[in-house]
Every structure is written in structure tokens, then in C-alpha cells.
Design a protein around this ligand. Structure first.
Ligand SMILES: CC(C)(COP(=O)(O)OP(=O)(O)OC[C@H]1O[C@@H](n2cnc3c(N)ncnc32)[C@H](O)[C@@H]1OP(=O)(O)O)[C@@H](O)C(=O)NCCC(=O)NCCS
Length: 389
């Protein structure tokens, strides 16, 4: 067989090769975790979401797509979460990573995902392919003693069980949806159920919210806290803070705009752990149609997209936003209009102001009125995630 490089779906018997490349890319998978990794990987293979590059019959690169939904403008949008991108060291710097990622983009679109997101270990390769920074994974720290005193004692809480998986997803939707939040992942319900079954995941549920927290060394760490009212927010945070005799600090994955920042007497520790993630539109019209929009905003404007990697996104478009829905229609106008690269339109989708896009070379052309309309359409809550993948 020739050593020509080709993109391919991976099979189960190729997973040991992937493990070897991973070891050389991210470090060894601990023996105790190998079975879990393999079980997970087999699921990706079975679902046609584990890909590689073959040189002859040797696997020299791999990546997978998580089947996620991601909240945008308060609506969940199907999102291809790209992870585990690895190239064998002896094949790096020769375009193999790019070949792999081009295949992943094509497959992601064919599988029906209008958007894709990833956590970059290095941004260069992803920028070349049209991804741009869109949001962050924030971890704040609070004194447990302050949380303990937040009150909310009249709110009834009960321990959560794996049977609550669907309820928790509904609670998230009822709070995050109307708030038109951006960026958070919606995990498949069976993954939520597995997560709830973990012994070190402490879950308490209220009528309009819940929290899930755990030990992180000698600290407590809140992995998710959703509250539909001030009283419930107080009750859930105070419950976590009730551990203050043994845990001095509570860390939490949160939005930088989470209500807790406004409820607490003292600000969070100045040091915030922050990791950026990137976004790409795989199918621009589908992405615009799937996401939510501020129902009070009506916009009708035109712009151009120049997307070298995914040319179906390229061309002149008319964006119409009204009554909380949006559509992107091919347009043929000849008046000057803003022109955005693939990276530019990804950042715009995530709410980045036109002034930033212009100053970083991601947008050009058109005029100030166009910018005002696009800014008004895409403005929204700061995008954030609660988890790494
Ligand atoms: C990152 C990785 C996947 C890139 O694969 P690759 O086959 O070397 O990538 P390519 O040859 O297609 O390079 C594409 C572009 O990315 C750049 N690039 C690749 N690795 C880079 C790095 N470590 N730092 C900065 N730029 C890098 C290349 O220079 C090239 O840009 P250029 O055309 O402007 O020169 C590979 O180095 C790898 O497996 N690293 C270890 C694991 C890892 O970090 N994975 C990424 C997880 S998100």
C-alpha cells in the first residue's frame, strides 16, 4: 500500500495506535483510566465521529467530534465539539494536522452541525481553518465563609439522583433560555445521568434550580449552579458554603456575569482561571437560523463572507432578525457592505463588536451604519462554558 496520506474514519482496532500518539502528545493515559478511555473511544467509533489520517495503513493523526448542543441567544444549537487532535511527532509540521482538520470540518457539516467549537492547545492551525476566539472557561474562587451566610433557608432542597438528569436539563433551559445565554454546552442526557451517578458529585435540587459540586483537593468546587430566583441562588450557594469549617475556599465554574458576583459582600479572589475556546461556523445560514436572538431587536442588513475553507459560506448575504428569529438569505446588492473572513464571522456570531473585528483585520468595507446594525443584532451575554472537553 502506498504511503499517501488520507483522511479516514477510524476503526476499533486502530485505537491502540491512537493511544500511542496521544501518549506522545498529551502524556500517558494512566493504566486505571485506560479502560474508561477505550470505552469512550469505542462509542465515538461506533457513532462515526472518530477520525484519523492514515499513511498507508498506519494511523498518524486522530481527532474526534463530541455531539454537543451549545446555547446561543438562549437556544441550543447542534455543535461539533472537536477534541483530541493529535499528530504523530514524526509527521508534524508537514500539513497533516491541517489535512485532518479539513476532513473534520467537512464531516462535521455533513453530520448536520451548523457550528463547531474547540479548546486550542495552539491557535495557529485553527485560525488558518477559520476558527476564532469566542468565549472562555472561567473559574472563580470565593471564601466559603461568605457563601455560608447567604441565607435562603426557606428554600427546600433535596439530594439529586441519576433520575433527575432530564429535570436538570429542563431547569437549565428554563433559566439559561430566557436569559439568552451564550456558549454553555448541553450534554447528552445519558452523560448527565452518568455524571449524577458519580459518588463524588454532590447534587442538591430546588424547585427552580440545582447545584452540583465536589471536592477539589482541600477546596470545594462548584461544577454547575443554576437558580431561577434570588432565594434559590442564596440557598444553593449557602449549602455549598456550609462546608466552610473544612473547606476555606469554594471555586466555581461560572459566567463572569453570574448573579453570585453581585450577591456576595466580598469580591471573588482577584486571580481568575481563564481558558479560551474557539468557534467556527460550518454552515452559516443554518447557524443563523438555529440560534436565538433578542426579540426586541429588528435588523435587516447585508454583509459579505469570505470563507476560503468552506466556500458555501462565502458570498453576499442579507441578515434579517425579527421576533427572536434570524435568517441569512443570499443577496445580490452592490452597495458597499462589510466583508468578514471566516474568523470574523465566527467572532461576530459570539458577539464581538465590529470595532474589534475591524481593528484586528477580520472585517473591512461598509460603513458605520452597517456596524451599528450588526452590533445590535449580535450583542448578548458574554459567552462562557462550564466544562473542558
Ligand atoms: C498541534 C498539532 C495537531 C499540529 O499538527 P501539524 O501536523 O504539525 O500541523 P500542520 O503542519 O498542519 O500546521 C498547520 C499550521 O499550524 C502551525 N503549527 C503547528 N503546530 C504548532 C505549534 N505547536 N505552535 C505554533 N504553530 C503551530 C504550523 O506552523 C502551520 O502554520 P503555518 O502554515 O502558518 O506555518 C500537532 O503539533 C500535535 O499533535 N501537537 C501535540 C498535541 C496538540 O497540541 N494537539 C492540539 C490539541 S488542541
Amino acid at each position: 500500500m502506498s504511503d499517501e496520506l488520507r483522511f479516514a474514519d477510524l476503526t476499533e482496532d486502530q485505537l491502540p495506535e491512537v493511544i500511542r500518539i496521544r501518549a506522545r502528545s498529551f502524556g500517558l493515559i494512566k493504566p486505571a483510566q485506560q479502560e474508561g478511555w477505550l470505552a469512550d473511544a469505542r462509542e465515538f467509533v461506533a457513532n462515526g465521529r472518530f477520525f484519523g489520517v492514515l499513511a498507508g495503513d498506519r494511523v498518524v493523526a486522530a481527532a474526534r467530534i463530541w455531539d454537543f448542543e451549545q446555547w446561543w441567544g438562549g437556544r441550543p444549537v447542534r455543535m461539533a465539539g472537536v477534541a483530541g487532535v493529535v499528530v504523530s511527532p514524526d509527521y508534524r509540521g508537514r500539513g497533516v494536522g491541517s489535512l485532518l482538520m479539513r476532513g473534520v470540518l467537512e464531516r462535521g457539516k455533513a453530520l448536520g452541525y451548523p457550528i463547531s467549537a474547540l479548546y486550542p492547545a495552539t491557535v495557529v492551525i485553527y485560525r488558518h481553518l477559520g476558527y476564532e476566539f469566542a468565549g472562555g472557561w472561567y473559574k472563580f474562587s470565593f471564601p466559603a465563609a461568605d457563601l455560608r451566610l447567604l441565607g435562603g433557608k426557606d428554600v427546600k432542597l433535596r439530594p439529586g439522583t441519576p433520575d433527575d438528569a432530564e429535570l436538570l436539563l429542563d431547569l437549565v433551559a428554563s433559566v439559561r433560555g430566557p436569559a439568552r445565554e451564550n456558549g454553555i454546552l448541553r450534554w447528552p442526557v445519558d452523560k448527565v445521568r452518568d455524571w449524577l451517578a458519580e459518588d463524588d458529585n454532590f447534587v442538591y435540587v430546588a424547585e427552580d434550580g440545582f447545584t452540583a459540586y465536589t471536592w477539589d483537593g482541600s477546596e470545594l468546587r462548584v461544577d454547575e449552579l443554576v437558580a431561577g430566583s434570588e432565594a434559590t441562588a442564596r440557598a444553593l450557594w449557602a449549602t455549598v458554603g456550609s462546608g466552610s469549617s473544612t473547606a476555606k475556599t469554594v471555586s466555581a465554574y461560572l459566567s463572569p456575569q453570574d448573579p453570585i458576583h453581585y450577591l456576595l459582600q466580598h469580591e471573588a479572589a482577584a486571580e481568575v482561571n481563564y481558558q479560551r475556546w474557539m468557534l467556527r461556523l460550518l454552515d452559516a445560514p443554518a447557524a443563523i437560523a438555529a440560534r436565538g436572538w433578542n426579540p426586541a431587536v429588528s435588523v435587516d442588513t447585508e454583509f459579505e463572507i469570505d470563507d476560503v475553507e468552506m466556500p458555501a459560506n462565502s458570498g453576499r448575504w442579507r441578515l434579517k432578525v425579527s421576533n427572536g428569529s434570524g435568517e441569512l438569505i443570499p443577496a445580490s446588492g452592490t452597495t458597499p457592505a462589510p466583508r468578514l473572513s471566516a474568523r470574523g464571522v465566527a467572532a461576530l456570531f459570539a458577539g464581538t463588536a465590529l470595532s474589534t473585528l475591524r481593528a484586528s483585520g477580520l472585517a473591512s468595507g461598509g460603513g458605520a451604519e452597517d456596524d451599528l446594525r450588526l452590533d445590535a443584532a449580535f450583542a448578548g451575554a458574554t459567552p462562557y462554558m462550564l466544562d473542558y472537553f
